[in-house]
Design a protein around this ligand. Sequence first.
Ligand SMILES: *[C@@H]1O[C@H](CO)[C@@H](O)[C@H](O)[C@H]1NC(C)=O
Ligand SMILES: [Zn+2]
Length: 488
Amino acid sequence: MKLLVARLLVGLLVATATATTAPPTGGSGSGGETRSANKHNTKHGFTHGQDVLILDSPSHDFVGDTQPYRFHKIVRIPCAEPFCSKESFQSLLQNSMAVVSVLSWTSKHVDVQINTVVDPASVLPFLSGVSVLVDDVQDLVDREMNRLALSQAAFASLDMESLFAPDVWFSDYHKYDQIVAWFKDLSDKFPDLITFIPSIGKTYLKKDIIGIKVGSSVNADTKPQFWFHSGDHAREWIGPATVQFLVHNLVTEYASNPTLLDSTELIIVPLMNVDGYEHTWSGNRLWRKNRRPIKKDFFGSVGVDLNRNWPAHWGEGGSSSYPFSDTYMGPSAGSEPEVQSLISFFKNDNHTRLIGAIDFHSFSQLILRPYGWTEERAPDEKHLKTAGDGIRDAIKRVSGKKYVSEREIDLYAASGTASDWFYDEEVQEWLPDRRLYAYTIELRPSADEANGANGFILPPDQIVPTGQEILAAVKYYLDYARKNPLKV
Ligand SMILES: *[C@@H]1O[C@H](CO)[C@@H](O)[C@H](O)[C@H]1NC(C)=O
Ligand SMILES: [Zn+2]
């Protein structure tokens, strides 16, 4: 009851504010990559007192709330004149306090998760043709959690060997502890190909972030290195699952085709945001950020967006300075323990042969290349585009799935991202003779295929086909980058 009153109160405030101010939420981007342009915050004179307006954002856990999405719907806003430009959509979404998260963004439509405590008709009055894709997001989450409870119970009855059998393992998603045990077991089975690093650093809640190195002893001290990481955003479960599939297939294929691991070393962080990931298994399935409580935040907001916190033009647009936001950039560049851990592992003395890096996210099926923070053309745009388009084509050959290859800024602005950091000044200072093939890849589903569901809740029968298309893409990518290193 108390909860309902709180929600209604918030709803009322939101509705009032929507009518009178242009608040700084809003967003763009796929895979729930919402944003808000900080320039606009200042422009609209958004004061701290108004923070209360977004109290009911998904970043805020109501104490004891076991149904965080009960008042949420997913709606599709068609792209019709005059709302076709990125700028108009952004401004539209900035003016709607009911928008919780932007789920996907295409030239045809934008899908957004809204809080229906605010009547959509009252907050999006100038839109016609808004269609409701998901009437009750909580039902969707409940169904998925019930399904998972059954599959987890079935897994619990198996011994480790049976659980780790590929047919069983890749039939569903797994919890953090199981993923760690699985990687450990794989490294025991392939000791000459995998180095298991139990901890590259700790999360805010003192969980170990594991690292994996994959490569044969052939050319061990000379071959080029590539970096992969995933799980920055807690709810994007297909990312870590795909990385597991990649590692498994590369090591099991080695006996018949040793070329790849003889000529390449892979340095991998399969699950970055351990705290957030564990949180998504507790019922808050659509959690995105890490789990650090933000000190001095009046509303008790939790979490920083780990893909807006990297020291790469941090805070220069496409992220939020408000702790309640899903794209909160954090109090300073690289402030989060998870980002710090990855950076120090990346700059390890043994990692001086890196020539490429990919950060796996979901969803929307995109291959995004630098930059995200500026319209400026990357010095290596030609090669980055060729390789990005080649990744797209390799995927299509395997599964027929259409991924879009583009510059991140052409989709939406984002600063403080991992892929810009890989490409940007800080890594260039550390490895001054080169730049890296840096990408963010958004995995399945496409914005259209997520229709009527939630793209983050990808059915588990999609794990293997996603893995297969990305395995082909990665093979193409490693080969292209090795043959065309980006020299400065
Ligand atoms: C580099 O690799 C060697 C051999 O695996 C290891 O002994 C050493 O600790 C590593 N150095 C760093 C800084 O991790
Ligand atoms: Zn993401």
